[in-house]
Design a protein around this ligand. Structure first.
Ligand code: DHH
Ligand code: MN
Ligand code: MN
Ligand code: MN
Length: 314
């Protein structure tokens, strides 16, 4: 089994500095070693180089539309190439606007993919509903066919068209959803599990229903888009939009263990790690090592231990 690591040092989907340093911080926390210990052939493709476009006026109140669009066009090609080469792909952000390119590139290779979005936020605003204009809060709206007639033509995104059906998406961890997003979730009948649902049902049942919803009819590749802010801020403080009452370590790891056990994980995004936002070095280290743990768990690291099959106890 081979895994490709793609660094996407990009921050223009939001306004805070520092999230572009996420890829390096996650690597510095030992990602490559950890995955090598899981018997993966690790292909680290390094970091993409994103150009900041000089002329890039706002579209409505949306900053850097062309820069974000261009970055995602580049990322799309890189993810498509990695998946096409037979790798399981880990995309290290950078802000969550990068999921536009990551999922689009994945869909070029796997048009029947399903998407699991683990996040405190729905990231499904359109430019018309967004309170901030920030594109990291609009990623899913760019992907969904069902929202096509609600989306304006944003400059920088003419290279792509929406391809995902609302029924092929499930959210886990929601606890800060804007009114415009809530209308969209309800109108499109999107399956979501908020933190309240997790409290009511427990994470085991949430994963059972999630994987049944997405895979019962047909097994297909999984795209896991994991925003580190899905975790409780006490566990992942170094992030741009923290929200109280998030996933415990055990809930987050259970999510990724269950996804690994399907054998269908094809691309995983890990985004919104901002090493400049940790109050102390320990806070940064907690966030980056959590990112490494959740990636390792999605790729087969187990809590109970593992061994190569021996004929008998040595
Ligand atoms: N819903 C807010 C916050 C989005 C947060 C983006 C990411 O961290 O999930 C907005 O649209 O600005
Ligand atoms: Mn501006
Ligand atoms: Mn997000
Ligand atoms: Mn978020």
């Amino acid at each position: 089994q081979s895994v490709a690591i793609l660094g996407a040092p990009f921050s223009k989907g939001q306004k805070r500095r520092g999230v572009e340093h996420g890829p390096k911080a996650i690597r510095d926390a030992g990602l490559v070693e950890k995955l090598s210990n899981l018997d993966y052939a690790v292909h680290d493709f390094g970091d993409l180089t994103f150009k900041h476009l000089e002329k890039d006026e706002h579209f409505m109140h949306v900053p850097f539309p062309r820069t974000v669009g261009r970055a995602n066009q580049l990322l799309s090609g890189a993810v498509s190439g990695a998946v096409g080469a037979g790798h399981t792909c880990i995309m290290l952000g950078g802000d969550h606007s990068l999921a536009i390119g990551s999922v689009e590139g994945h869909a070029q290779q796997c048009p029947d993919l399903c998407l699991i979005w683990v996040d405190a936020h729905a990231d499904i605003n359109t430019p018309l509903t967004s309170p901030s204009g920030n594109l990291h809060g609009q990623s899913v709206a760019f992907l969904l066919k069902d929202l096509q007639n609600k989306m304006p033509e944003v400059p920088g995104f003419s290279w792509m068209k929406p391809f995902l059906s609302a029924r092929d998406l499930v959210y886990i961890g929601l606890r800060d959803v804007d009114p415009g997003e809530h209308i969209i979730l309800k109108t499109l009948g999107i399956q979501y599990f908020s933190m309240r649902d997790i409290d009511r049902m427990g994470i085991q049942r949430v994963m059972e229903v999630t994987l049944d919803h997405l895979l019962a009819r047909k097994q297909r590749p999984i795209h896991l888009s994991f925003d580190i802010d899905a975790f409780d801020p006490s566990l992942a403080p170094a992030t741009g939009t923290p929200v109280n009452g998030g996933l415990t370590y055990r809930e987050g790891i259970y999510v990724t263990e269950e996804i690994h056990n399907t054998g269908l994980l094809s691309v995983m995004d890990v985004v919104e790690v901002n090493p400049t936002l940790g109050a102390t070095p320990e806070a940064v280290e907690a966030t980056t090592s959590l990112a490494v743990d959740v990636i390792a768990s999605a790729l087969g690291q187990t809590r109970e231990g593992a061994h190569v099959a021996f004929p008998k106890i040595p």
